[in-house]
Write a protein that binds this ligand. Structure first.
Ligand SMILES: [Zn+2]
Length: 113
């Protein structure tokens, strides 16, 4: 993971079209929101950034959407971001439970389908 970077200069830092995971922060010290992109990190990061008064971000590219999801889950459990109302959702078409140890979502039977 690299950062924190100022959101104003997002284009200088996020230059690849790639899946990935990100953290948004108002203070630059706390993780206020975590998220991920299955295809284009820059697009999704900007979209989520618009929803809150964030100023800073961290990010990491991943080769696959599943890896981005795993990272998003890991950060969600590690940082307890206050702006994430719900546990991250698996990528479209994947009914893959969260891999983080002790996560209640992991033992939950899929309700969809
Ligand atoms: Zn989890």
């Amino acid at each position: 993971m690299s950062g924190p970077y100022n959101l104003k200069y997002i284009h200088l830092f996020v230059t690849e079209v790639s899946p990935g995971a990100f953290i948004l922060s108002r203070s630059g010290r706390m993780a206020d929101r975590v998220g991920r992109a299955d295809h284009n990190l820059l697009d999704d990061l900007q979209g989520v950034a618009r929803e809150g008064k964030y100023r800073y971000f961290w990010f990491e590219y991943t080769p696959k959407p599943m890896a981005a999801y795993a990272l998003e889950c890991a950060w969600f459990h590690r940082y307890h971001p206050t702006d994430n109302a719900e546990h991250p959702m698996a990528p479209m078409g994947g009914d893959i439970p969260c891999q983080v140890k002790g996560c209640s979502v992991a033992s939950m039977a899929p309700a969809r389908g």
